[in-house]
Design a binder for this molecule. Structure first.
Ligand SMILES: [Zn+2]
Length: 164
């Protein structure tokens, strides 16, 4: 559980979920973004570049799942929330996987706001997860899935998107 200040910042961050900086795939783009954003960059053992843009919320190529995107919220130079996602307009389906909230920012609405922003950006999709829901996460998915088409139920990817 974070300090009062940290929690207030996280609550403010959750309210900004519509304000997203985008990074496209591809090295030239990434170089440009690095130059203009002053974002922090690292390299993971997988060889995928991890991009941290200088923005409250960011949307970048997923470092874990080739072809997927990662939506993340930054706070105090660190990742407060992150989730991988992909969508298929043809099938009207969206998937999210591995939502992560830093411990000190939990229960500040970041995950709820982040998932909601994705739904608003892609209206009409049925939303799912790839993996099954662990005992621990069932209450979370039930809460965020209420009134959501698909309810984030487990579903395999369609043939049009990377498997993740
Ligand atoms: Zn599809």
């Amino acid at each position: 559980m974070g300090s009062v200040d940290e929690r207030e910042e996280a609550l403010a961050l959750a309210a900004q979920a519509h304000d997203v900086a985008w990074a496209a795939d591809g090295t030239p783009w990434q170089r440009t973004l690095r130059a203009i954003s002053g974002g922090k960059w690292g390299r993971q053992p997988t060889g995928w570049t991890v991009i941290r843009l200088n923005a409250p919320w960011q949307d970048t190529p997923s470092s874990e799942r080739p072809g997927w995107r990662e939506r993340a919220a930054n706070l105090a130079d660190d990742v407060a929330f992150a989730v991988d996602y992909t969508i298929c307009g043809r099938c009207g389906l969206g998937w999210v996987e591995w939502p992560y909230t830093a411990e000190q920012f939990q229960r500040c609405g970041l995950a709820t706001a982040g998932l909601k922003a994705l739904r608003l950006e892609h209206p009409g999709l049925s939303w799912h997860t790839l993996g099954g829901h662990s005992q621990d996460s069932r209450a979370f998915w039930t809460a965020v899935g209420t009134d959501v088409l698909g309810r984030y139920r487990q579903r395999e990817t369609c043939p049009h998107v990377p498997e993740g």
